[in-house]
Design a protein around this ligand. Structure first.
Ligand code: NDP
Ligand code: OXD
Length: 303
């Protein structure tokens, strides 16, 4: 059994010694594979086109938290996404930053500052401001707890409505009620057939008038034309996006120059090399024990 690593040399320099210490055979790059039949595990952002080259491949580990870009795995190959506390914490931090920036009306102050204007407006309080989080998985639940600790009035929405301690969570069929009480809407959903284009005009119309949008899920969940219209109509006040479709947006896209929109280039998180390697080693051990793999993806469900 051998682990094939298809990522950067910098990461390989961290993973290699950790695999060596664990006594796990580790190969960097397809060119270094002399016996394709030995490869049982593979780590990558995108897998090679011809996975059939590895007849004994059992597991593909995606190097990120999201796996929407991954092709359907061949029969007998399990897809795993990377679970790393650093990813969850970094996205949580970005979401808290974005929520505060929109809540405290930074788009207005940035515009004023660029015009040399010193002018204060009403100062809103977190207490009583309703935050709604779409996607209450690892990251959504973590962000919810932090924002609730800051006194925001936080609710969540997920497919199952699975409880999260201290947070009201709506299930799929509670979407309308959830939206009606989201002054700030945060999207942390995986991209699937069901969530593609979910942030659209119909959804925006169900939010309190003038709501704010924080988006760190995937770009294809957001209809950018609908966002522009909602901003122009006052349905939304402002938005902060870490993800767009495409990435990056074309140079002449309206959103780059709209003062109501802040864009960051998909930097909410990256995977810490040590945490990624620790997770991969846990996957290797679990698959050897025929146990459930940490981060195992349900490919039919899409996450
Ligand atoms: P999880 O799989 O832990 O959580 C996903 C959540 O979304 C679950 O609560 C799930 O509900 C819910 N969900 C999925 N589909 C639906 C649906 N159709 N309707 C309602 N709820 C749904 O994922 P993570 O929290 O780890 O990550 C979420 C996403 O964040 C990633 O898939 C990725 O797209 C994005 N991300 C972005 C990053 C960035 O840098 N911007 C970095 C990392 C992740 P249930 O629990 O009921 O199944
Ligand atoms: C991820 C991401 O999925 O960076 O890890 O978005």
């Amino acid at each position: 059994m051998a682990f094939l690593f298809l990522s950067t040399p910098e990461r390989a320099a961290v993973w290699g010694p950790m695999f060596e210490e664990a006594g796990e055979p580790f190969i960097v790059g397809e060119d270094a594979v002399t016996d394709p039949a030995a490869i049982t595990h593979l780590m990558c952002w995108l897998p090679p086109k011809d996975l059939g080259r590895y007849p004994n491949l059992k597991v593909v580990i995606g190097s990120g938290a999201g796996v929407d870009h991954m092709p359907k795995m061949p029969e007998g190959v399990t897809l795993v996404r990377t679970l790393a506390p650093g990813i969850d914490e970094m996205v949580r931090d970005w979401v808290v930053m974005a929520t505060l920036m929109l809540h405290r009306d930074m788009p207005t102050y940035v515009q004023q500052a660029s015009a040399g204007q010193w002018k204060g407006h009403a100062v809103p309080r977190a207490r009583g401001t309703r935050v709604g989080i779409m996607g209450m998985g690892r990251i959504g639940a973590l962000a919810a707890r932090t924002l609730a600790d800051m006194e925001f009035d936080v609710a969540g929405w997920s497919r199952s409505g699975r409880p999260v301690e201290g947070i009201k969570v709506f299930a799929s069929d509670g979407l309308e009620d959830f939206l009606a009480q989201s002054d700030i809407l945060i999207c942390l959903l995986p991209l699937t057939d069901e969530t593609q284009g979910i942030l659209n005009a119909t959804l925006f119309a169900k939010l309190p008038h003038g709501a704010r949008l924080v988006h760190a899920g995937r770009g294809a969940q957001l209809d950018m034309d609908a966002l522009k219209q909602a901003l122009d109509d006052g349905v939304l006040t402002s938005a902060m996006l870490d993800v767009t479709a495409p990435e990056p947006l074309p140079e002449n896209h309206w959103a780059w120059r709209d003062p109501r929109v802040f864009i960051t280039p998909h930097i909410a998180a990256n995977t810490d090399a040590v945490e990624g390697a620790r997770h991969a080693l846990a996957v290797v051990r679990a698959s050897r024990d025929n146990a459930e793999l940490p981060g195992q993806v349900d490919q039919d469900r899409g996450y």
